[in-house]
Design a protein around this ligand. Structure first.
Ligand code: ZN
Ligand code: ZN
Ligand code: ZN
Length: 282
């Protein structure tokens, strides 16, 4: 399997849109991997996770090809993860296709019920389902569904409960591989721990929320300390082992370290660090 990270910042971006703090100034000056856009990732060129306003930038700068995407998994409706207004541009006239509109395969958007409002509204208002642009399906925590060769299981995130946030466990049945994509979340809910343990899954790759970096928050998000605690527990219950790759992702300037500084700290603790455009195979 493969994961491509397109956007690796927390909601304000890194550097923050309007921010003059020291880490943001440093990131601007150094550029490159220190510049992070809002949250988006792709599994195996097939399953797109989240759709921020920065999606267009990911198309331009990192070769994200939305014409190949048929499945979109939404973690939650915070706007650094979901900007459905751009769905409009998959309508005929704004977009032309290599098949007739009647034969077009709609992009299926999966989200929790509570994160679906803006998605369903735009699909209804612009008749996106009728013209085969987009369709919405409910993703329920602990209720697996199949897309092609993938078994996808949404789990409960420890994050803003108003959005009914989800993290995703994705298993490629053909390859016998599995990834856990855990953004945005604190150190997981008991319900999620129970599910992972009972499922008997063994992850090959785990992407962990690291919004707070060297600081740490209790709940809602994690830092490096949270990542270490989650890794330890995943190994303890047999859901990960020494071969599992752990990658930190979704960073805020409030966590103080820019990418170049963080990679050194993370390497000592055996964590990969995501950056915009990073690709990892496992
Ligand atoms: Zn976020
Ligand atoms: Zn800042
Ligand atoms: Zn969030």
């Amino acid at each position: 399997m493969k994961i491509t990270y397109y956007g690796t910042a927390a909601s304000e971006g890194f550097p923050g849109l309007f921010c003059s703090c020291e880490p943001c100034e440093k990131a601007r000056a150094k550029g490159g991997k220190n510049l992070r856009t809002r949250s988006q990732a792709l599994i195996d060129d097939t399953l797109l996770i989240d759709f921020p306003a920065d999606t267009y930038m990911h198309v331009l700068n990192f070769g994200l090809d939305l014409r190949k995407i048929k499945t979109l998994l939404i973690t939650h409706s915070h706007d650094d993860h979901l900007y459905p207004k751009d769905f409009e541009y998959r309508r005929y006239g704004f977009a032309y296709f290599d098949v007739d509109v009647k034969d077009l395969i709609p992009i299926t958007v999966y989200s929790s019920e509570k994160s679906s409002k803006s998605i369903v509204e735009i699909i209804d208002k612009l008749e996106l389902e009728k013209n085969n642009s987009f369709t919405w399906k409910q993703a329920k925590a602990f209720s697996s569904f199949t897309v092609g060769e993938y078994k996808i299981t949404p789990l409960e995130a420890d994050h803003d409960i108003r959005t009914e946030p989800l993290i995703y466990m994705i298993e490629n049945k053909k390859e016998g591989k599995a990834i856990l994509y855990a953004h945005d979340t604190g150190r997981f809910k008991d319900s999620t721990w129970d599910y992972i343990e009972k499922s008997g899954v063994r992850f090959d790759f785990v992407s962990l929320d690291c919004t707070a970096i060297i600081k740490d928050y209790e709940g809602n998000h994690m830092g490096i300390a949270g990542g270490e605690a989650v890794r330890k527990r995943l190994i303890k219950i047999g859901a990960a082992d020494e071969k599992t790759k752990f990658c930190l992702n979704h960073f805020s300037h409030n966590g103080l370290l820019i990418h170049d500084e963080l990679v050194e700290v993370a390497a000592e603790k055996d964590f990969l660090v995501s950056y915009d455009g990073a690709v990892y195979e496992f």
